[in-house]
Ligand binder design. Structure first.
Ligand code: SF4
Length: 132
């Protein structure tokens, strides 16, 4: 099974606890979150709409909300992608273990998560604050 994920969504998946923009978004998020934990699953990393955005009501004409927001989202992706090789196809389980190792403090996620509307509900972000 191959997943295509934008950089910052690696962190979102780690922190997901069932919240989303609407039913279809949340059901898809649950599905992607299940698939990424399966043995043999792989992940290609990108900085554009992905397998999560495809069910998001905010995605219009391949843009997240508007130009400003879209640029901010891409900036978040690129912060994560600095740590990885976007030409590579990663084993999903190993990739998400690396996420835990790399983004393990408030400082390490501040550039990525601090302006996200979900950060109060995100388990990954909250955990990172506790590792301050
Ligand atoms: S809010 Fe934007 S980045 Fe997040 S899932 Fe929706 S379209 Fe994708």
């Amino acid at each position: 099974m191959k997943l295509v994920l934008r950089g910052h969504h690696l962190l979102c998946l780690k922190g997901f606890q069932g919240y989303g923009y609407d039913k279809s978004f949340t059901e898809n998020m649950i599905d992607v979150n299940f698939k990424r934990k399966q043995k043999g699953a792989t992940v290609k990393l990108i900085a554009e709409p992905d397998d999560i955005c495809s069910s998001c009501p905010n995605l219009k004409d391949n843009i997240c909300e508007n130009e400003l927001q879209n640029n901010n989202i891409i900036r978040m992706d690129l912060e994560v992608l600095k740590q990885f090789d976007s030409k590579k196809e990663y084993d999903s389980i190993e990739l998400f273990e690396k996420i835990d190792d790399i983004f393990n403090s408030a400082e390490s996620v501040s550039e990525i998560c601090s302006n996200c509307m979900w950060h109060e509900k995100c388990l990954f972000y909250q955990k990172s604050l506790n590792n301050r």
